[in-house]
Design a protein around this ligand. Structure first.
Ligand SMILES: *Cc1c(COP(=O)(O)O)cnc(C)c1O
Length: 390
């Protein structure tokens, strides 16, 4: 189906579309699928695990299959599976791949609700969870004979730390365990974990893929090696998505490339202004030359997006940063970036990391730089920061 001689932007516009007729796959709202004979009904039930076919609404419709095709086109890999949220995709992945007595190593830079899932649920099932440094430097030392999975996120949540993913993939191969990567930051475009050697890419389509802050969705794209376990867990846990939501995400994906490019341009402009402000210690984003992850970003990423974190000097009180966020007019105070709009939140790094040491650092503010005029965004930050100066 996929023509690898075409450039990614062309393939993204062709993926998951009918060959003739309507430009877009129509929305198929469905539960029951009616067969013409008992023999065909039985035949479908026998084959639907190994081949993609329509059999029942929860097992997928033309609408969800079209989105799955587009995700496989974007991320590479064997098959894709959709989930009602990004978090549901991650929880299903962890429950599906891990058993009592197994050990999993998780990046210390993990999306915070995953840390909570590990302590509240994986622990109940007798899975031992251990965290490794966001740059992966202690990863090899943390593997045990019973380690079944390396679960990481690159760049990391909140501080956007980079790690050497191809090196982690080689380690996983040697050890005989799987490597799964949360690719919400890269959204299949800026970062391609499967091409770098990972077995599984999991992402929140809620963010840049949908791009308009109007739908929730998650996805797993996996190699053939991990696919069977992922599919079994998804079916067993009753994971499915509605056709309207799948349609919205696929619609959003058609403009993914120009949107992300524009977010990135605006973010770099805002970062340039931020770096020159008194009271700002540094701006965290691997695309910036001073960032510790910049060399790996240059090697492994294909651009950046609208995410930045601002680290203030230690002398600036967290309360003053929160007051500055309250003064922002164009940046909303809210979670779930990746929509067209700008957002700002205070970040408590000490609470977000258990291995990496963030003591001695000043307060942090995470920004999602949207598609608004960047001059307007800088003016808004300037008025909000004016009361911050020490
Ligand atoms: C938002 C996010 C998720 C969860 O996605 P939801 O669709 O909100 O459940 C997972 N990982 C990362 C890195 C995220 O930013």
């Amino acid at each position: 189906m996929s023509d690898q001689s075409l450039k990614p932007s062309t393939r993204l516009l062709r993926a998951g579309r009918p060959h003739l007729g309507w430009v877009n796959t129509p929305v198929t709202r469905a539960s029951t699928y009616v067969f013409d004979s008992v023999a065909n009904w039985r035949e479908t039930r026998l084959n639907r695990e190994s081949r993609r076919m329509v059999s029942y609404g929860a097992r997928g419709t033309d609408s969800t299959h079209a989105l799955e095709d587009a995700l496989v086109e974007l991320e590479g890999g064997h098959r894709a599976q959709l989930f009602p949220t990004g978090h549901a995709a991650i929880a299903t992945l962890l429950l599906g791949l891990l058993s009592p007595g197994d050990h999993v190593v998780v990046t210390d830079a993990v999306y915070e609700p995953v840390r909570r899932f590990c302590s509240q649920h994986l622990a109940r099932f007798g899975v031992v969870v251990e965290y490794f440094l966001p740059d992966g430097s202690d990863l090899a030392d943390r593997l045990r004979p019973e380690t079944r999975l390396i679960y990481t996120e690159c760049p990391g949540s909140l501080a956007f730390e980079m790690m050497d993913l191809p090196a982690a993939a080689r380690l996983a191969r040697r050890h005989g365990c799987l490597l799964a990567v949360d690719n919400t930051w890269g959204s299949g475009l800026l970062y391609r974990p499967l091409a770098l050697g990972a077995d599984i890419s999991v992402l929140a389509a809620t963010k840049y893929l949908s791009g308009h802050a109007d739908v929730m969705m998650g996805a797993i794209v996996s190699t053939e090696r991990a696919w069977e376990a992922i599919q079994r867990a998804s079916v067993g846990l009753g994971q499915t998505v509605g056709a309207d939501d799948a349609y919205l995400v696929l619609r959003g994906m058609r403009s993914l490339i120009p949107r992300i490019e524009m977010h990135a341009r605006h973010a770099m402009q805002v970062a340039g202004w931020l770096e020159a402000q008194p009271g700002v210690a540094r701006v965290l984003c691997p695309a910036l030359p001073g960032d510790p992850g910049h060399r790996l970003w240059q090697r492994d990423c294909h651009g950046t997006n609208g995410l930045l974190s601002v680290e203030f000097e230690p002398g600036i009180p967290a309360k003053a940063v929160e007051a500055a966020i309250d003064r922002l007019q164009l940046f909303g105070i809210g979670a779930s970036w990746g929509g067209f709009e700008s957002l700002a939140l205070p970040v408590d790094m000490a609470a977000a990391r258990s291995v990496a040491d963030w003591s001695g650092h000043g307060p942090i503010m995470r920004l999602h730089v949207g598609l608004e005029d960047p001059g307007d965004l800088v003016a808004d930050l300037r008025q909000a920061f004016s009361a911050l100066a020490p």
